[in-house]
Ligand binder design. Structure first.
Ligand code: 1Q0
Length: 227
């Protein structure tokens, strides 16, 4: 994918970060994972203040994980003897193992662990994947639907089941702010649905790989319902 001149959000960068995330056979690197979200924040920011709460929410979630990683690194540097050991927040699996060892994950009540925070981003990623998948669809019935409708449908089928009544209401307001198809074409520097589909499908595939690996890691540790 090529970089589009004059735009903050770059789908090429989003794809690059997503493709950088998978590591070894079953793990996901946290830095590129979070960098993907940084890129999505840029997209949200180009939509104006209506969706400000959403970009703020993503920002909050990514900073929680980054701060935990920073704290852990400082502590590790102080213990000179294992300064050579690699960080706990390098990957999804290293974070899970380390936070369990440290007793940071609470299965009964809300604590701001990296694991429960990652789970929130992870659930949102499923929404994004479904939305982009449907946006890529070239069949006439799908193309007749606006991005705003596709966004709402995808939300109701995925993320909404994890959200409170108030958050659902806020989400409904955000869908109204979703721009039309032409906006998305411009954003990706394409002119036709076929070109858009080609770009979007690459992103969807990249998300799929990251999502599936994260899902498996969380499921293996019984972490799909962390409060
Ligand atoms: C126009 C955009 C539509 C977005 C649809 C999703 C709506 C979600 C609405 C949410 C409001 C957020 C308020 C707080 C929610 C939290 O309660 C919740 C749970 O956390 P906690 O700590 O209370 O247990 N937080 C979350 O679920 C986190 C994730 C929230 C939203 C994620 C939205 C992701 C947006 C991505 C960018 C869209 C990109 C399109 C890319 C186009 C590429 C060509």
């Amino acid at each position: 994918l090529e970089v589009c001149p004059g735009q903050k959000f770059q789908i090429a960068y989003l794809l690059m970060h997503l493709q950088d995330a998978p590591v070894s056979t079953n793990d996901v690197l946290l830095n590129p994972y979070l960098a993907s979200w940084d890129e999505l924040i840029k997209f949200m920011e180009s939509l104006g203040p209506m969706v400000g709460i959403i970009s703020q929410e993503i920002e909050t979630k990514t900073s929680i994980i980054r701060k935990l990683a920073q704290k852990e690194e400082e502590e590790r540097n102080q213990r000179a003897q294992d300064s050579a050991s690699s960080g706990a927040y390098v990957s999804v699996r290293s974070m899970i193992v380390s936070e369990l060892e440290q007793g940071l994950v609470n299965f009964d009540q809300l604590t701001e662990s990296g694991c429960r925070t990652l789970l929130r981003l992870h659930r949102a990623l499923l929404w994004l994947q479904l939305f982009l998948h449907n946006l890529a669809e070239e069949k006439r019935e799908m193309m007749a639907r606006s991005p705003s409708e596709l966004c709402r449908e995808a939300y109701r089928l995925t993320l909404a089941e994890h959200h409170s009544w108030w958050v659902k209401k806020a989400a409904e307001l955000a869908f109204v702010a979703m721009p039309d198809r032409q906006f998305f074409y411009k954003l990706m520097c394409v002119r036709t649905q076929a070109e858009a589909a080609a770009s979007l499908n690459r992103v969807v595939k990249a998300i799929q790989k990251v999502y599936d690996r994260t899902q498996l890691a969380l499921a293996e540790h019984d972490m799909l319902a962390l409060p």
